[in-house]
Design a protein around this ligand. Structure first.
Ligand code: OGA
Ligand code: MN
Length: 283
């Protein structure tokens, strides 16, 4: 597809696309913004190559899509721009620390599903790219929904999943949530099948923050969530992003899940800077 100078190259099954012809650090016109919005709706994950964003221009670009949200984990906040988060394994001495900063990103999830109004778009750049591993994988949750066995969707209708930051950290073997974090992020519940406000497409809304099914026995809910995750993360629903220097990656959290693949945190230097646009309550 071509829109003025913007070129959009779709990945397989239209899930994910590379967008070229835009300088995200420059002035994005209203028409360009509309083209990006339309591409987001169609492809759910966008890659902008060869960008030269710094933190200020990254922040400014993200703000074009709406207000940004901070993170519950204050230790990842950017010094001057508190709505940006920095995740990395590079120490003050410039050497790899050996520790991946957030183990919750190593498992399938959708951003901030543990709050009442979860993230809309996440916009990521990677000032330091791992040379081996550290890919970002995405699952197309509306295609996964559409591919459910006949009759399965009807059974899932009306169910609600409980999403819980505290439980999610236990599951991913991350440092326990602090009392302050738990108070700031009490468990919430969301429809198991959500509707995209722009397209009305339904999508399975699960991931590591989803703990169990509301009003169901714990084990039965966990089993259902595991079954749906196995279904949704089959190869045909996946887009795999292999990072290059100066990439900017942007995704719609309402209809995708993602995670980072393993890399050797003692050898590679992997740093991401992240801006997250606030979303609305799922329905
Ligand atoms: C995130 C995230 C993935 C990555 O920033 O929300 O999950 O590739 N990051 O670092
Ligand atoms: Mn994430």
């Amino acid at each position: 597809m071509q829109d003025g100078s913007i070129e959009i190259r779709a990945a397989a099954a239209d899930f994910g696309a590379e967008v070229s012809g835009l300088d995200l650090a420059g002035d994005i016109t209203a028409a360009e913004l509309a083209a990006i919005q339309a591409a987001m709706i169609r492809h759910k994950v966008l890659v902008f190559r060869d960008q030269n964003l710094d933190d200020e221009s990254h922040h400014a670009f993200a703000l074009r899509f709406g207000p940004l949200e901070g993170h519950i984990n204050h230790s990842t906040r950017h010094g001057e721009l508190p709505k940006l988060q920095v995740f990395g394994n590079v120490g003050a001495d410039g050497k790899p620390t050996g520790v991946h900063p957030e183990k919750g990103t190593l498992v399938w999830h959708t951003d901030k599903s543990y709050v009442a109004t979860p993230s809309l778009f996440t916009i990521l750049r990677s000032p330091s790219v791992a040379r081996r591993g550290g890919h970002t994988l995405f699952a197309d949750m509306s295609r996964a929904y559409a591919a459910l066995e006949p009759g399965r969707a009807e059974q899932l209708e009306g169910l609600r999943a409980v999403h819980d930051w505290k439980r999610s950290r236990e599951k991913s073997d991350e440092r326990a949530a602090t009392a302050e974090e738990i108070a700031a992020a009490p468990a919430v519940d969301h429809p198991l099948i959500r509707t995209h406000p722009d397209t009305a497409a339904r999508a399975i809304y699960i991931g590591n923050h989803a703990s169990h099914i509301l009003d169901w026995e714990l084990a039965a809910g966990e089993a259902l969530l595991a079954e749906l995750e196995t279904h949704a993360t089959q190869e045909q629903f996946i887009y795999r992003h292999l990072w290059r220097d100066n990439d900017v990656l942007m995704w719609d959290n309402r209809c995708t899940m993602h995670y980072v693949t393993a890399y050797d945190a003692a050898i590679e230097r992997r740093v991401v800077h992240r801006a997250v646009v606030q979303g609305d309550a799922p329905y």
